[in-house]
Ligand binder design. Structure first.
Ligand SMILES: Cc1ncc(COP(=O)(O)O)c(C=O)c1O
Length: 375
């Protein structure tokens, strides 16, 4: 790990952390800002909930919108992307008799959130090495005359691909599209949500924008905003979107209050230059691991995310969820935090690159893998 940067975080220094994408990691300065926010509330809870929180949450929400390049009236704070999926499903009144499209690369909680409402999931299937046209065709083929919503990951969770969201949205129109952009804020340069041609977009701020968990942004086009309501009905009830998402009863709002500090940490760590440095490190690091394993590059025509990348494991390794799980435990036992992924009958490692990583992290993993795999 890069010691100077790792010192800004509170990660266990005895482990090699190559999985920033999963749950993020909160810099100390951000955790302290959240602690201060909690302490302020505890000094005078009545005043905090009545008078201070509405103002402070509104400021945090506006800083998130500004960071994402979005007008403040378009963007609400929610806790995480899965909550945003629930909000959208509720707003559209999705239920029995409706079809919803997800993909084989989609994050499972999004599909489950729609399924528990009684919707039927139809799945767009494509391989890791597919091209953009295959992705568009797979989504278009999954749409029926009962489809009420298409959910697409902008960066896929298991496979770290950057999907062609705008082309898919154009192909499935007029069905509304919800973009699961959990990994996008702070990690995907050139983001222009409003040009994607989608109805809804939601991204976590607690992965690559260094906010505390749980903090996410939900954006919607003007025609959908009126129908969107928070899942917890509380004292913001009578307000317009997005203010009506601000107060969620007596939950802990401190993660939202520390969003501006998370964004400040992202900037202090180098902003987009830092992302570019991580992307180069990851291409190189993945190649080091891949050549140690002697496996082919799994990628085809879809670009990999700047911050996350797959390396294929040898044939027969981690090809099921159970064997991927067992390998995860073995790697963890050897001091490596890196997720094996079983996808389409193959096993992969999903590597991340965060500011605290350096070349040595990937080299040590490459050196340790033969012994771990031999067990
Ligand atoms: C594509 C995607 N969606 C959603 C999530 C997480 O969901 P949530 O933030 O709702 O816990 C992840 C987490 O890694 C993800 O990769």
């Amino acid at each position: 790990m890069r010691r100077d940067i790792a010192e800004l975080f509170e990660l266990d220094p005895t482990l090699t952390h190559l999985n920033h994408g999963a749950f993020g990691a909160v810099p100390r300065s951000v955790r302290e800002a959240q602690d201060r926010a909690r302490a302020r509330i505890e000094r005078a809870p009545m005043r905090a909930f009545r008078d201070d929180l509405p103002v402070e949450i509104s400021e945090a929400r506006q800083s998130a919108a500004c960071f994402l390049g979005l007008p403040s009236e378009s963007t609400a704070l929610v806790r995480n992307v899965t909550e945003a999926v629930g909000v959208v499903a509720q707003g559209l009144g999705i239920g029995p008799g409706d079809d919803v499209v997800v993909s084989t690369h989609g994050y499972l909680t999004a599909g489950w959130t729609l399924e528990v409402r009684g919707a039927r999931l139809r799945t767009a299937a494509f391989d890791v090495d597919a091209g953009p046209d295959d992705v568009v065709a797979a989504f278009a083929a999954a749409v029926t005359d009962r489809t009420r919503l298409v959910v697409i990951d902008q960066i896929t969770s298991p496979t770290a691909l950057v999907l062609p969201v705008a082309a898919v949205a154009a192909a499935v129109a007029p069905v509304p599209v919800l973009v699961d952009a959990a990994h996008v804020p702070g990690s995907l340069p050139g983001l222009d949500v409003e040009s994607l041609g989608v109805a809804f977009w939601s991204g976590n701020l607690h992965k690559w924008a260094y906010a505390p968990r749980a903090a996410a942004a939900l954006w919607a086009t003007p025609e959908h905003r009126e129908s969107l309501r928070p899942l917890v009905t509380s004292w913001s009830h009578g307000l317009a979107y997005p203010e009506r998402f601000d107060l969620q009863g007596t939950v802990d709002h401190s993660a939202w209050l520390a969003v501006p500090e998370g964004i400040a940490a992202w900037e202090a760590l180098g902003g987009w230059e830092q992302v570019e440095r991580n992307a180069e490190l990851l291409v190189h690091g993945a190649e080091v691991v891949r050549s140690a394993l002697g496996t082919p590059d799994p990628l085809g025509g879809i670009p990999s995310a700047p911050c996350l990348r797959l390396v294929a494991l040898p044939a027969g390794v981690a090809t099921t969820t159970e064997s991927a799980d067992a390998l995860w435990q073995q790697l963890y036992g050897a001091g490596f935090v890196v997720p094996p992924v079983a996808f389409g009958g193959r096993g992969y490692l999903r590597l991340a690159a965060a500011p605290y990583n350096d070349e040595d992290d990937y080299r040590r993993l490459a050196e340790a893998l033969p012994a771990v795999l031999a067990r």
